[in-house]
Ligand binder design. Structure first.
Ligand code: FMN
Length: 168
């Protein structure tokens, strides 16, 4: 037996989405916490992030040629919450969250040193979809800490989790 679910509530049933910290350059660089992040092409390697137009990051990303996707681990939860609640209009989130800028190899946007994975993207497209905009980036460089274990990466959908049992 299945209960009907209102169209606007159907998305609540998803289990969780990867949490990333997107960093970007601008008159002042910024970081935004995102759960809307997914891969959409292997060759070329494309990722898309979803950003609401009211976010300060939206204007920065529209003006920017590139952005970085940094994968935080559960130990960075406090920084994730700061970058996901404060606005770059008012605060420097590198300072507020105690994060360190690291120079990227191929893009102008700064990387986040404390994140074990840094993915450098050149913006290749922008698409307005409903109440968010998709910024699509081609991955042009990436680095990963040799100790990185994706079991420590965060998932979010109303609550924070890490991945669970291996099924196959
Ligand atoms: C776990 C988490 C996930 C989030 N995911 C998104 C997202 O995918 N897209 C988005 O626009 N905002 C998302 N937000 C909200 C923004 O991170 C938040 O509004 C932020 O303060 C905007 O910063 P800005 O004004 O500096 O751009 C998320 C927040 C949290 C805590």
């Amino acid at each position: 037996m299945k209960d009907p679910v209102a169209p606007g509530k159907a998305q609540d049933s998803f289990s969780g989405f990867p949490v990333v910290l997107c960093s970007m350059s601008g008159p002042k660089d910024n970081i935004i916490t995102l759960a809307m992040c997914h891969i959409f092409s292997f060759e070329p390697p494309l990722v898309a992030i979803g950003i609401g137009p009211k976010r300060h990051s939206y204007g920065l990303l529209r003006a920017s040629d590139d952005f970085a996707i940094n994968i935080p681990t559960k130990g960075l939860l406090k920084a994730v919450e700061i970058c996901g609640s404060k606005s770059g209009r008012k605060v420097d989130k590198f300072d507020a969250a105690g994060l360190t800028r690291e120079k990227a190899e191929k893009i102008l946007s700064p990387l986040i040193a404390e994140c074990p994975v840094n993915i450098e993207c050149i913006k290749v497209n922008e698409v307005e979809v409903g109440d968010h905009a998709l910024f699509i980036g081609e991955v042009v460089a990436a680095r990963k800490d040799t100790q990185y274990d994706s079991k420590d990466a965060l998932l979010y959908w109303g609550e924070y989790r890490v991945i669970g049992d291996l099924v196959r």
